[in-house]
Design a protein around this ligand. Structure first.
Ligand code: ADP
Ligand code: MG
Length: 239
C-alpha cells in the first residue's frame, strides 16, 4: 500500500481528427498523496483539462500509466469506468453543470439516482449536504434563482454526496468574482480537512496560493512542481 491516491507515469495523450494529430500531454509524471490539496496551473491550451479528464476516467490516455489508489486504470468499458468514478471521484466545473429544470436538492441527489438509491434516501442525504454548504433553505429553488457562489456550493455538495476520495475541480472559480472565489476556496479547504484529496485547475495565483502544492504545466509537460510555502505558513499555529 502506498500513500498515493493518484500516480501517473510518462503519460501521453494525443487528439486525432482525421489526418491531424495534436500531441497534448507529452510525458506527465505526477503523484498526489491521499488527502492532499494541489493546484495545476498553466496557460490556456497547455493540457490541464485533458489531464483532469484522464484522471477522472472521462477520457483514455495513449501511453504511460495511471494508478488510482494503486488500481491500474487502463482502457475500460463505460460500466467499469463509471464504477471507479462513482467510488473515487467527484467533479466540480467552472460552469457548475447543474441541471436547469431540477431544484438544488434534486441536483445534489443526482449521482445517487444513477446509483439507484431510493428517492427518499437520496433526497434526505442531499438535504444533509445542502445543510453543510449552508444552503438548506435553498433546497427547492432552481439554479436560475441562485447566485454563482451558491451554484458552485451546490455543485460541491453534488460532488460530495457519493463520498469520493478525490475532488477534481476544473477552474471552479473561473466564473466567480474574487470575493466569491475565496469563499468557494474556503469551502474546498474545509472539504479537504475531512481527508478528501483535491486537485484544482486554475490560472489564478490567488487560488493556487490556497493549496499545498502547485504544479505548472507548459506545452504538455510539467514545468515545475513546488510546495507552496504560503499555504504552510498559514497553517502554522501561533500561541
Ligand atoms: P487547457 O485546459 O489547459 O486550456 P486543454 O486540455 O483543454 O487545455 O486543451 C489542450 C489542447 O488540446 C488545446 O490545443 C485544445 O484545443 C486541444 N483539445 C482539447 N480537447 C480536444 C478534443 N476533444 N479534440 C481535439 N483537440 C482537443
Ligand atoms: Mg481547460
Amino acid at each position: 500500500m502506498s500513500n498515493s491516491i493518484i500516480r501517473v507515469e510518462a503519460l501521453h495523450k494525443s487528439y486525432v481528427n482525421g489526418s491531424n494529430s495534436l500531441h497534448v500531454l507529452k510525458g506527465i509524471d505526477m503523484d498526489i498523496q491521499k488527502g492532499e490539496m494541489v493546484s495545476i496551473m498553466g496557460s490556456s491550451g497547455s493540457g490541464k483539462s485533458t489531464l483532469l479528464n484522464i484522471l477522472g476516467i472521462l477520457d483514455n490516455y495513449d501511453a504511460g500509466s495511471y494508478h488510482l489508489d494503486d488500481i491500474h486504470i487502463s482502457k475500460m468499458n463505460e460500466t467499469k469506468a463509471a464504477k471507479y468514478r462513482n467510488q473515487y471521484i467527484g467533479f466540480v466545473f467552472q460552469s457548475f453543470n447543474l441541471i436547469s429544470f431540477k431544484n438544488a436538492m434534486e441536483n445534489v441527489a443526482l449521482p445517487l439516482y444513477y446509483q439507484k438509491v431510493s428517492r427518499k434516501k437520496r433526497n434526505n442525504l442531499a438535504l444533509e449536504y445542502l445543510e453543510r454548504m449552508g444552503l438548506r433553505e435553498w433546497a427547492h429553488h432552481l439554479p436560475s434563482e441562485l447566485s454563482g457562489g451558491q451554484k458552485q456550493r451546490i455543485a460541491i455538495a453534488r460532488a460530495l454526496i457519493s463520498k469520493p476520495k478525490i475532488i477534481l475541480a476544473d477552474e471552479p472559480t473561473g466564473a466567480l468574482d474574487s470575493q466569491t472565489s475565496l469563499e468557494v476556496m474556503e469551502i474546498l479547504k474545509e472539504v479537504n480537512q475531512t481527508g478528501i484529496a483535491i486537485i484544482i485547475v486554475t490560472h489564478e495565483n490567488d487560488i493556487a496560493n490556497q493549496t499545498q502544492r502547485i504544479i505548472r504545466l507548459r506545452d504538455g509537460v510539467i514545468e515545475s512542481n513546488q510546495v507552496n510555502h504560503a499555504f504552510h505558513l498559514e497553517s502554522v499555529e501561533v500561541n
